[in-house]
Design a protein around this ligand. Structure first.
Ligand code: NAD
Length: 248
């Protein structure tokens, strides 16, 4: 592992770490020398993933439930000693035109994809501030920037994540806590399994790279943001491993 990706001695908590992008980031962190706790609402998958990638442990929590979040953060801090890096990757995606969307469907997406990020930050960042060091990496989406039909709830939540990222970055940068976002393009994970083949074919055709990415192609961006000196100057930024889908 080159020095630029060295996370030896660092500790990390990765939400949504049992699958897809979160899992690949947790695995890359372990490979770079970090001690990692995998958090997921799928308890069995969190435990299985932690074992298979060499993480310290898997903990079960629903990121929308503040009590569970508080408890999981306490468990992770006990296991790791402290949390240096928080990755918020837990997320869901459903599709519906706005005029057919129930308020419950809207709210569920806002709860998981946006409020979950707030709750995790709310309970992890104070410890980072008190120690004068931390990195928060929020997994947003390029759809926050370009929008997507039948995805108003998802795009609104992810745009909210970008706003939260910038505002929190301003609040805590001087305390040594750097907050940034990654906005991936379409990535082959279980999240996009439910999307129709027609949509995927059309989407691939419109991408400058002509293909979706893999979680392993997103993970190095998180390693960069978590590392020092590589990540030291990123504050409130949105990095875009997105196959060229968005060029801000
Ligand atoms: N796959 C893509 O094309 C893509 C593109 C851009 C952004 N993203 C974002 O990346 C993140 C990871 O997505 P992915 O593609 O790896 O999906 P995934 O479905 O493979 O992984 C998401 C993980 O989050 C967990 N999770 C869901 N709800 C949760 C909750 N309430 N509490 C705790 N854990 C919960 C799931 O159990 C799962 O392990 C998401 O925030 C997603 O919006 C994905």
């Amino acid at each position: 592992m080159s020095a630029i990706a060295d996370l030896t001695g660092r500790t990390a908590l990765v939400t949504g770490g049992a699958s897809g992008i979160g899992r690949a980031i947790a695995e890359a962190f372990v490979a770079a020398g970090a001690r990692v706790v995998v958090l997921d609402h799928d308890a069995e998958a969190a435990e299985r993933t932690a074992q298979s990638i060499g993480a310290a442990a898997g903990v079960a929590a629903d990121v929308t439930d503040e009590q569970m979040v508080q408890c999981a953060v306490a468990v992770a801090e006990r296991l790791l000693g402290r949390i240096d890096v928080l990755v918020n990757s837990a997320g869901i995606l459903t599709q519906s035109p706005l005029v057919e969307m129930s308020a419950a469907q809207w709210q569920q997406t806002i709860d998981v994809d946006l409020t979950g990020v707030f709750l995790m930050c709310r309970h992890v960042v104070p410890g980072m501030v008190s120690r004068g060091y931390g990195r928060v990496i929020n997994i947003a989406s390029q759809l926050a920037i370009k929008g997507g039909a039948s995805l108003t709830h998802y795009c609104a939540a992810k745009a909210g994540v970008l706003g939260l990222t910038k505002a929190l970055a301003l609040e805590v940068a001087r305390d040594g806590v750097l907050v940034n976002a990654i906005a991936p393009g379409p990535i082959e994970t279980p999240l996009v399994d439910g999307i129709s083949e027609d949509w995927k074919r059309a989407k691939r055709a419109e991408l400058p790279l002509g293909r979706f990415g893999t979680p392993e192609e997103v993970a190095p961006t998180a390693v960069l943001l978590a590392s020092s000196p590589g990540g030291d100057l990123f504050v409130g930024q949105t990095l875009g491993p997105n196959s060229g889908d968005v060029m801000p």
